[in-house]
Design a binder for this molecule. Sequence first.
Ligand code: PLP
Length: 405
Amino acid sequence: MSLTISNNQLSSLAANFGTPLYVYNADKITDQYNQLQKSFTEVNAKFFFACKSLTNINILKHIRSLGCNIDCSSINEAKLAALAGFEPANILYTSNGIAFEEIEETVAMGINVNIDSLSNLEKFGKKYGHDYPVGIRLQPNIMAGGNLKISTGHEKSKFGIPLEQLDNILALVQQYQINIAGLHVHTGSEIKDVSVFMQVADIFFDLVPLFPELVFIDLGGGFKVPYKENETGTDIPLLAQKVNETLQKLKDTYNKKFQVWFEPGKYLVSESGTFITSVNVIKNNKAATFVGINSGFNHLIRPMFYESYHKISNISNPDGPIKNYAVVGNICETDTFAWDRPLNEVREGDLLVFHNAGAYGFEMGSNYNSRFLPAQVMLKNGQVYLIRKRDVFEDLLRNQIEIDW
Ligand code: PLP
């Protein structure tokens, strides 16, 4: 198993498949999953890969082959999961502001569902009564996460049913005899602090007696992965230990064993991904030396969207003197990947590589400026697989209807 991809291999992939190019190392995904499993051996835990982070069917199949389950945020993700071979019992769907018809489709698929509004909970109760076990997503009033845009548990967040509305939830459960099988909270992404998960566990602790049919508590995803050189991620063994203590306490207090569910996205796939780009132009002005690459926020939006940091390496000149650059894309808005970033001297034609780009990279890509989406390549068992072709011109017109005026 090889957890890193050498610069030579990245250069040869760029030569073979062109740039911009997303490369995913399946071994790294396997290793991340194994780390989780190893840490949680004592705990009755189930992991659902938050596939919104990366949905290529080959990645999904690889993750299924590891024995991991899958978390979906749309009916189409759920259908992709089924296509990748996940059994309905291993698919979780956490809805967010969607029409009730979509929830009906998930029930028809027989998958696990978390509901996040009183309105849909009521419709669910009316239609299914006690027949279909369901989870509810709560909003715990906790501010956590790497950036406001990826913080989902605070009081101004649109996600989940606010805890203050617990009485309304209980009234609906009573009225329609809804079978509440799970409680769910996802406070946000990039949560390093284990105590945030434990705050949620404490909330659940008090709620448990109110829902006698409860089977699982779902602490969501959001484990932090290190993006910067000296950063550390969420302490997974510590999290496992604390969660184990909570489950034990629940058992001692309520004489009942619960399962804990997690929905990691970034943790499983972020570090597996590398994004290779080429330098188109170098431009100097008073403010900076701009490195213009053959990509933009249409391929990797995280820096522009929520100021995320990606380590960048110039693999064409790894021993060059260090200089400071602004790395920018070619989209017609401000399109900055990094400002004042020390890099080995950059020349036109060099390959600049973005690390830790597996999650929410390609997945949030678009054809903005009528640019092509990049190709995706997967490395597995020493083999290289092209898992998505680069767009071609016809793709830009696909689904457009040209009227003969
Ligand atoms: N679960 C839910 C409900 C989410 O909304 C998200 C991310 O948006 C995740 C899990 C995965 O988060 P992460 O990729 O940070 O683990």
